[in-house]
Structure formats: structure tokens, C-alpha cells
Design a protein around this ligand. Structure first.
Ligand code: ATP
Ligand code: MG
Length: 434
């Protein structure tokens, strides 16, 4: 309704500005001459009015062939206030200008599926390398491989004017989008383009999935320690006063189990937080040497208690990267704690930092129990623990390496695990250098 009104008033304004206004001097002179003719008696009043009306109507009816004043079927140019006929180039420029700062990624593709217009967000989000400034000129299927999207474009071409689909684009970090497609006119008569808007819904989808996963995992894992705590509390309640020696034992068990429940909840919460922020690249400069220094003291005590020698091989003072200090710290604590926990008496743990032109290599290596080859690929799954007695004897929730993996992914890095049973393990983290 509002659109129609807009079209009408817009058209009337245009007619006044482009047809009537330029002819006002001629109309004025005509009326003046007719008035003089009437005064000198050459024309009667009636014939002056008649002659004047016919002449003015004729003047207004003459139309500049370069100008179009009426909405035609392919007159999208009119919406942009252009008065002259537009060629393809400036038609696309006007479209591009209109969408350039919108917050969603928007592309316009031609009949060959080549991107002819892309807004700022679209260029940033979908360019294939940091050096590529614009995706204009690339074919959409080469940029975004998605069968549902291709099918939808076919549909728009043959059947529909607009459509909405939801897609998930795979990658190191999966992203989901709501996509809106709409047929729009091309400046070339008889052809049309398709405008495609990508609205990212990763956050929304993730929070919905995470909430239900989190509740399922947390309640399942918390059942065991809570059942044990309840059992111990009931025993203490019944027999505690009569058997003081055993009460002490039960109390320390109670403490252990409540500690376990607490660290389970903390780990689940940080994993959940990490997964929520996984697609947001950290942008603060951090120095890995300082982070290792800050965690070394606390872990040295733990190592001493377990008779493990904790060493570091760090040659430079600064190994800089863009990162989230809190997350990196948590991941490193877990790796070093694991190397101490799953070690043997008088074993060793070494933390080393190296770099090349582009990358930083951080290695946590131990001379401990090692990991059976079949378990290595599953170590970073939530709650996965290696089912060998020596490993199981050590307490843990099985969430530490899942947190490490998510931290590494969030920092655009890679995690490589190698191990030899009975000899030791090595966890390599590779990050881009700042
Ligand atoms: P949490 O870290 O949550 O307290 P956790 O240490 O059991 O518990 P992860 O850090 O995820 O959990 O480790 C998963 C499993 O991988 C461990 O239970 C252990 O069996 C094995 N593992 C991890 N690191 C090592 C290592 N350095 N040497 C031998 N086995 C290891
Ligand atoms: Mg651990």
C-alpha cells in the first residue's frame, strides 16, 4: 500500500519536474502573445483560450525520447530516482550503493551466476583469501558450494520470485545461515538478476543446540558423584557417631566427590562458553612466554609432589599471537596437568616453544604412560578417558582435552597428538604468529 503511494507521488513529481518545468517560459510567452492579440482585437476571448489550450497541450505532449516517465515492467531504475535511461554499469553502481553498508552479506548474481554486486559484509565474509578485496566477478558456485542454494537459484530462475532457505556451510567452523533470494530486474531488457541475502544464524542455532546438549551431558555426568555423595552422607548419618575412625574416611571421600562434581560443572561451563564463542576470532596480542611463566609455579608444586621433573625450553622472550589469554591459559594448564598426572615416578615433562616466519609451535611432551594408538583420535571427545587401569586410577572428568581442542580451533590453530605406549606422549599446538 505504502509502496504504491510512493510510486504515484514520485511519478507526479517527476512529471512536473521533467515535463512542465522546462516548458514554462514557452507557455508564458504563448499566453502573453494571445493576451496581446486579444487586446488589439485580433482574437476573441474564446478563440484565444481555445488556441492557447491546444498549443500548450501539444507542447506538453512532446516527449524527449531519452526520457522515460512511466513505470514499465523492467523499470527498477525508477526506484533509484534516475531520470535518464541507465546502462548496466551505473544501474549496478546504484544497487551497490544502496546495499553497501547493510549488516548482512548481500550478493547480486547475473544469469551466469557470476557475482556482479557484493556489499562490504559479503566481501569480508566470503572472500577466499585475505588478499582478495572483492568477490565480484567470481561465480557464486565456486565461492559457496551448497546444493540447496544451487537448487534454490534454479527454482527462482524457473518458478518463483523469492524464496527463503536455511543452510549449513561446512568448514573448520560450521556456520549456519538463513538465505533470502529474490528476483530483481536487470538493466538489460528481458534479463533478470538474483539478489541473495545471507543472514548468519550460527550463534542462535548454537545456543539452542548447546543448551540441550549441555543439560543432557551435565545431568548424566553429575548423577554419579551426587549418588555417591548422597550414599556417604546417609551412611555417616546412620553410623557416623558410633564409628569415628571410618567417619574420617567417609568424610574425605565426601570431599573428593564434591570436588569432582565441582570441577565437572566448571569444565562443562567453560566448554560451553568456548563453543559459544568459537567463531569469534580473538584479537588481543598475547605473549605465550608470560602465560607459561604464570602457570609454571603452581604446576611445579604439583610436579614435585608426584616426583616429576618439569622443564621448559624457551629461547626467546616473546612469542606473540592474537589470543584469549584466559582460554589459552586454561588449555595449557590442562595439557601440563595431564603430562604430570599420566606420568610415571621420576618421569619428565618438557614444555617448549619454537617459531618460524609464520607460526608458533608449542609442545608439551612427557615420558609417561603413553596412549594406545586406537584411543588417540577420540581423546578430544567430551568425557573420553582412556580405559586402562593406570589412567583410570587418576581422577579426571575427560573434558580437559575437549577444552584444549575448542581453544585451538577458536584461535585458528591446529592440535597434533602423538604417543607411544609406555614411552610418553607429545601434544603439539600450532598457532599463527602475530
Ligand atoms: P580433566 O582434564 O577434565 O580433569 P582428564 O584428564 O581425564 O580430565 P582429558 O584431559 O580430556 O581428561 O584427557 C582425556 C584422557 O586422555 C585422560 O583420561 C587420559 O586417559 C588420556 N591422556 C590425556 N593426556 C595424557 C597424557 N599426557 N598421557 C597419557 N594419557 C593421557
Ligand atoms: Mg586433563
Amino acid at each position: 500500500m505504502t509502496d504504491k503511494k510512493f510510486e504515484k507521488s514520485f511519478n507526479l513529481k517527476k512529471v512536473i519536474a521533467e515535463i512542465i518545468e522546462p516548458k514554462i517560459p514557452v507557455i508564458f510567452i504563448t499566453i502573453l502573445m494571445l493576451f496581446i492579440f486579444y487586446l488589439v482585437g485580433l482574437f476573441s476571448l474564446f478563440s484565444s483560450i481555445l488556441f492557447g489550450s491546444v498549443f500548450i497541450a501539444f507542447l506538453l505532449a512532446i516527449q524527449d525520447p531519452e526520457q522515460s516517465y512511466y513505470f514499465e515492467e523492467t523499470s527498477d531504475r525508477e526506484y533509484f530516482g534516475a531520470s535518464k535511461k541507465l546502462n548496466d554499469t551505473n544501474y549496478l553502481e546504484i544497487l551497490s550503493d544502496g546495499i553497501k553498508l547493510l549488516p548482512d552479506s548481500i550478493f547480486i548474481i547475473d544469469s551466469n551466476e557470476t557475482i556482479v554486486v557484493a556489499n562490504k559484509k559479503g566481501n569480508q565474509e566470503f572472500r577466499t583469501s585475505d588478499n582478495l578485496e572483492t568477490v565480484v566477478g567470481l561465480r557464486l558456485p565456486n565461492l559457496i558450494r551448497s546444493t540447496p542454494l544451487s537448487d534454490c537459484i534454479k527454482d527462482i530462475r524457473l518458478l518463483k520470485d523469492s524464496k527463503k532457505i536455511e543452510i549449513i556451510l561446512p568448514g573448520q567452523i560450521e556456520k549456519s545461515y538463513d538465505i533470502f533470494l529474490s528476483k530483481i530486474s536487470s538493466a538489460v531488457k528481458g534479463e533478470f538478476n538474483i539478489m541473495i541475502l545471507f543472514r548468519e544464524t550460527t550463534d542462535l542455532k548454537k545456543s539452542i543446540n548447546l543448551r540441550s546438549d549441555f543439560i543432557a551431558n551435565a545431568s548424566h555426568e553429575l548423577k554419579t558423584p551426587i549418588a555417591i555423595i548422597k550414599g556417604i552422607a546417609e551412611t555417616l548419618d546412620r553410623y557416623g557417631a558410633d564409628d569415628l575412625a571410618n567417619s574420617k574416611l567417609f568424610l574425605s571421600k565426601l570431599l573428593n566427590e564434591s570436588d569432582r562434581a565441582q570441577s565437572l560443572i566448571e569444565d562443562l561451563l567453560s566448554l560451553n562458553q568456548l563453543e559459544m564463542r568459537q567463531h569469534l576470532l580473538p584479537d588481543i596480542k598475547i605473549n605465550l612466554v608470560l602465560i607459561i611463566d604464570s602457570i609454571f609455579d603452581g604446576l611445579s608444586d604439583m610436579a614435585k609432589k608426584q616426583k616429576i621433573t618439569l622443564k621448559r625450553t624457551i629461547r626467546k622472550k616473546r612469542y606473540l599471537m592474537l589470543g584469549d589469554e584466559k582460554d589459552i591459559k586454561k588449555a595449557l594448564i590442562n595439557l601440563i596437568e595431564n603430562a604430570i598426572k599420566y606420568n610415571r615416578e621420576n618421569g619428565e615433562v618438557n614444555i617448549s616453544l619454537e617459531d618460524n616466519d609464520r607460526q608458533i609451535l608449542l609442545i608439551v611432551e612427557d615420558s609417561g604412560l603413553g596412549i594406545p594408538p586406537g584411543d588417540i583420535s577420540r581423546l578430544t571427545d567430551r568425557f573420553y578417558r582412556v580405559d586402562v587401569p593406570a589412567s583410570m586410577a587418576v581422577g579426571g572428568t575427560g573434558l580437559g582435552l575437549a577444552i584444549v581442542k575448542n581453544t585451538v580451533i577458536r584461535h585458528n590453530g591446529t592440535l597434533e597428538i602423538s604417543s607411544e605406549l609406555g614411552k610418553g606422549s607429545s601434544f603439539k599446538l600450532i598457532f599463527n604468529k602475530f
